[in-house]
Design a protein around this ligand. Structure first.
Ligand SMILES: Nc1ncnc2c1ncn2[C@@H]1O[C@H](COP(=O)(O)OP(=O)(O)OP(=O)(O)O)[C@@H](O)[C@H]1O
Length: 583
């Protein structure tokens, strides 16, 4: 079951051990570069002090050249270290983002079907692509700058105390005040950043649905409705972003006001007075102000980085929520590895509920011998898809057992079962690519001969032969559009190639012309041959050739038998058969 939106904060310790520690070598190198850069930033003010107080006064031309040379060198070191730092750390951060995206996508694909029922696909896309981006602030320049900045600030503070303790005291108070403001602001920011991630996912999710459903929206002239919903979503997103911007701006401007404003003007005033008094040289004051900038710059930077890191944590909180959701395979009771199966499926008093205490399948028992075809018929909402979902292990019984060749399906390792399962659904999933890729996708390692055999068995070549590029024709948004019947045959070819022992078939209801219909029937016959098939049947021809028909009513088996038996019985099936043209 998907964990209900209860967000646990990911702890600093966890982030440290999982994200920062593995990159320690590179981060340490980054730190060394930062310290080197900091040392280089201290040189110009100190050298200038020497220049003003000694070199110029002494008129020593040689020393003047040397001092200016040293300043130039320091500036070059600053430039080179800054470049290397950004280059190395940012690239590493992007590498980590790529890795995390892969992990999150893998995890999401491992989650049970009911997780997807409760999530918008667009929202999941945003979780995979956007939520992990924040880590660039942890591994990128952010974290290292935070540490490096703090070390530099403390070191320079010592130099300042050494130069003039009283003046230094003047700047400590505003720095502490700023620290308090920043901490408060970050506390406010984290939930807001998290909310932003959630809203972003929601808006993206709805947008994806809108674009996918554009035919229905236009068909009902409902564009205005969608525009309003999107506007509302975007507006909430904007409001949250505004709030985070306000908090971040408040932090940076209070830093500018307290540190650059209050601290530096007081120093200018008091320092000027000291010069008049003769207790400080102009060079010392100049150096002091220059060094003050070296202290203030990382503190200012820290305020920015602080919010970036807060953002990173918020994103990781959301990623963590996904990573903590139990995967299908996490079920510790799934220990049995299935070998090659015959395919006998038995339902023994199976009940199932989507919502607690509301059984949609009640006490269903039947036996599907290996290689037999079981047709599920019944009115809409009676539970046909749910039974098929149970047989496919997409759902697990609440009560009762389903066995495969006598092994309890709920104890079986999913991979060992699903590798022998095939599903062909209504309006089956085809992706943009060639027809060949679409058929090969469950079994990419198949040989050309196997592929050709599947293509023939499903009568796909009947239409691909007419395409100039045959099986290599691109289909989808930017390629050839296939008709409903052609799509179905392609999906059938895919299933034939996969050669499953158990087949779940949700027959498409679309009306096809007689020629297409006959191709589909023949390819379905080919597909079902020798496989245990559960078919949610809409074609009379499929139902007639089924070994058994289960008539499902309100989650129960109302009748069971072959077509002839059930017609002779003149019960529910007979009614459905005679009153409805299609079942
Ligand atoms: N994911 C779900 N969450 C909650 N309830 C569901 C879910 N899927 C189906 N149901 C409910 O379970 C019942 C059986 O649905 P099911 O899809 O199995 O019926 P069906 O016979 O396949 O219907 P149809 O022929 O219309 O596809 C219905 O009442 C439906 O509303």
């Amino acid at each position: 079951m998907a964990k209900k939106n209860k967000l646990e904060n990911i702890s600093v310790k966890e982030v440290f051990s999982r994200i920062i520690w593995p990159k320690r070598g590179m981060l340490l190198f980054g730190l060394v570069l930062i310290l080197l850069r900091s040392a280089a930033t201290i040189i110009p003010p100190k050298a200038t002090q020497y220049l003003i107080d000694d070199v110029v006064i002494d008129g020593d031309l040689q020393e003047l050249k040397l001092t200016v040379g040293l300043i130039v060198l320091a500036i070059i070191v600053q430039a080179v270290t800054s470049f290397t730092l950004t280059r190395i750390l940012s690239v590493q951060a992007q590498k980590l983002i790529a890795k995390l995206r892969v992990q999150v996508q893998k995890k999401i694909l491992s989650l049970p079907i009911n997780f997807f029922d409760s999530q918008k696909s667009g929202a999941l896309v945003s979780r995979i692509m956007t939520d992990v981006e924040g880590v660039r602030n942890l591994v990128g320049t952010g974290f290292v700058q935070l540490i490096g900045g703090a070390i530099t600030a403390v070191a320079v503070l010592f130099i300042l105390i050494n130069t003039n303790a009283k003046l230094t005291a003047l700047i400590v108070l505003p720095i502490i005040l700023f620290g308090v403001i920043a901490m408060k602001a970050f506390g406010v920011l984290r939930p807001e950043f998290r909310k932003r991630g959630k809203l972003n996912a929601e808006v993206t999710g709805r947008l994806t649905e809108t674009l996918n459903g554009v035919r229905v929206i236009k068909g009902f002239g409902a564009e205005q409705q969608e525009i309003k919903i999107f506007e509302k979503g975007v507006d909430s997103l904007y409001k949250v972003v505004k709030k985070t911007l306000t908090a971040t701006a408040f932090v940076s401007s209070s830093a500018t006001f307290l540190l650059a404003g209050v601290a530096s003007t007081s120093i200018l005033g008091l320092g000027g007075y000291y010069i008049m008094e003769g207790t400080m040289t102009p060079g010392e004051l100049f150096a002091f102000i220059g060094l003050l900038a070296v202290v203030v710059a990382p503190v200012l930077q820290m305020s920015n980085i602080g919010s970036q890191i807060t953002e990173a944590f918020a994103g990781l909180d959301r990623t963590e929520e996904i990573m903590q959701t139990p995967s299908e395979e996490d079920d510790t009771s799934r220990t049995e590895e299935l070998g090659i199966i015959h395919g006998e499926v038995k339902f023994d008093q199976v009940s199932f509920a989507y919502e607690e205490d509301d059984d949609v399948i009640k006490n269903v028992s039947f036996n599907a011998p290996a290689g037999s075809v079981t047709a599920l018929v019944g009115s809409s909402g009676s539970g046909k898809s749910t039974i098929a979902g149970l047989a496919a292990t997409f759902l697990n019984p609440r009560e009762g057992t389903i066995t495969i060749d006598g092994t309890d399906l709920s104890k079986v390792k999913l991979r060992s079962f699903r590798s022998q399962l095939g599903v062909v659904l209504q309006d089956d999933f085809l992706f943009e690519g060639t027809i060949r890729d679409n058929i090969l996708f469950p079994r990419p390692e198949s040989t050309e001969a196997e592929l050709q055999a599947a293509v023939k068995a499903a009568y796909v070549n009947e239409f691909t032969d007419r395409f100039e590029k045959g099986l290599d024709t691109v289909i989808g948004e930017r390629g050839v559009k296939l008709s409903g019947g052609q799509r179905q045959r392609l999906a059938i070819a895919r299933a034939i190639l996969a050669d499953p022992r158990i087949l779940i078939l949700d027959e498409a209801t679309s009306n096809l012309d007689t020629e297409s219909e006959s191709y589909i029937q023949q390819s379905l016959n080919e597909l079902m041959k020798g496989r245990t098939t559960f078919v949610i049947a809409h074609r009379l021809s499929t139902i007639k050739r089924a070994d058994q028909i289960l008539v499902i009513e309100k989650g129960e088996i109302a009748e069971q038998g072959t077509h002839d038996e059930l017609i002779a019985k003149e019960g529910r099936y007979y009614q459905l058969y005679t009153y409805q043209a299609r079942i």
